[in-house]
Ligand binder design. Structure first.
Ligand SMILES: C[C@@H](N)C(=O)N[C@H](C)C(=O)O
Ligand SMILES: [Zn+2]
Length: 290
């Protein structure tokens, strides 16, 4: 093939060798340029900050919140059965809070200010792989499965959870800089209550069933009362929501108005990339090795 090209380009005669040699150089240059373009396209598809949509296997640069802010309480619900799906969610291989470094450092700053006020942050979810979101989509489409309705969405139709913004087919969590969080009073310690399931919008006496502060609804309560500025909450619950929002907005997070617990770091390093690497210790190494 190379020979045929060379002969065709140089043709017969004395000048053929020189002309053919120049053609080969140009072809080599064209191939090198093509290879570079291919590499650039691959880099764009897998890059974080500049980012196109994420692809399976592409790894973001994540850190373990435990290493950056060890005093933040973690209860990663989607790694357990204790969530609105009623079973461990796809892609959660370990109950870990993984985040981009800027988001984790910002949480550490919020935690320092909350500790001074006698509170600690508690996180329920951090980086969430796309396959987990896909699990939510499948769960929501199965209208025959209403097992968790009485606790998690007693007053909202399952068929409208995405439409009403309680769930998203493309979640900020998959970009690595979004967190679901609440507060725990430092004196309160671990879990309170008897753990008995009750409707998530039910009134409590200052402490939620999982030991966190009473925010007026439980975490992942898909209900109008979960809207951060919902008028139906008590003055005390409103004050606690404001304390949480104030602490997180003060370090650069923005709240989702439908959910008092959901915050995205504004200066997120991967604003357009939705990752699918499972939540596990390996996710911390994936970027370096793969
Ligand atoms: C499911 C809930 N914890 C949540 O994070 N909802 C928002 C809308 C999301 O999925 O991004
Ligand atoms: Zn969330």
């Amino acid at each position: 093939m190379e020979m045929t090209d060379h002969q065709g380009a140089g043709g017969p005669g004395g000048g053929g060798r020189r002309a053919g040699g120049g053609g080969a150089s140009r072809r080599l240059l064209r191939r090198a340029a093509g290879a570079l373009l291919g590499l650039a396209a691959l880099a764009a598809a897998t890059a974080g900050p500049a980012g196109a949509a994420g692809r399976a296997g592409t790894a973001p640069e994540l850190v373990a919140l435990r290493a950056v802010a060890p005093s933040v309480v973690q209860e990663i619900r989607y790694a357990s059965r204790e969530n609105f799906v009623g079973e461990p969610v796809d892609g959660y291989r370990a109950p870990l809070c993984l985040l981009t470094a800027p988001a984790a450092r910002a949480l550490a700053r919020a935690q320092r200010s909350l500790l001074r006020q006698g509170y600690t942050l508690k996180v329920y979810d951090c980086y969430r792989p796309q396959r987990a979101v896909d699990h939510f989509v499948r769960w929501a489409a199965d209208l025959g499965d209403q097992r968790t309705k009485a606790v998690y969405y007693p007053r909202v139709d399952k068929s409208s959870l995405f439409r009403q913004g309680y769930l998203a087919e493309r979640s900020g969590h998959s970009r690595g800089s979004t967190v679901d969080a609440t507060l725990v009073r430092r004196a309160a310690g671990g879990r309170g209550g008897d753990g008995a399931p009750e409707a998530c919008h039910a009134r409590r006496d200052g402490t939620a069933a999982d030991g966190s502060v009473d925010m007026g609804t439980a975490y992942d309560c898909f209900d109008p009362l979960s809207a951060t500025d919902a008028p139906g909450v008590t003055p005390r619950q409103r004050a606690e929501r404001r304390r949480l929002r104030g602490a997180l907005e003060g370090v650069g997070f923005a709240n989702l108005p439908q959910e008092w617990w959901h915050f995205t770091y504004r200066e997120e390093p991967y604003p357009d990339t939705y990752f699918d690497v499972p939540v596990s210790p390996e996710a911390l190494r994936a970027r370096r090795t793969g």
